[in-house]
Design a protein around this ligand. Structure first.
Ligand code: SF4
Length: 78
């Protein structure tokens, strides 16, 4: 799977720990870095397709990604 897009993300120069926060404040800080990221959609889709449970990806928290996946499952089942 192509992951070259990761180098173009706003987070490319950030410490990776920023995107694996331990509390809500950290989640919001990570999401702010994602705002306006040129590869945000691709990043989110990568996390969803690979079922990445931890961290902030594509501007979405773990909880938000679980909701998206659930909505997709329900949509597919309908
Ligand atoms: S959306 Fe966020 S986590 Fe994904 S590449 Fe951009 S800055 Fe990094």
């Amino acid at each position: 799977m192509d992951t070259n897009w990761m180098a173009r993300g706003n987070c490319a120069t950030q410490h990776p720990d920023t995107f694996f926060p331990s509390d809500g404040v950290g989640v919001e800080a990570a999401k702010r870095v994602c705002e306006g990221c040129p590869v945000q959609e691709r990043c989110l889709e990568y996390a969803l397709r690979n079922r990445i449970d931890h961290g902030v990806w594509g501007g979405c928290s773990e909880r938000q990604r679980r909701r998206i996946l659930r909505a997709r499952r329900l949509e597919a089942a309908a």
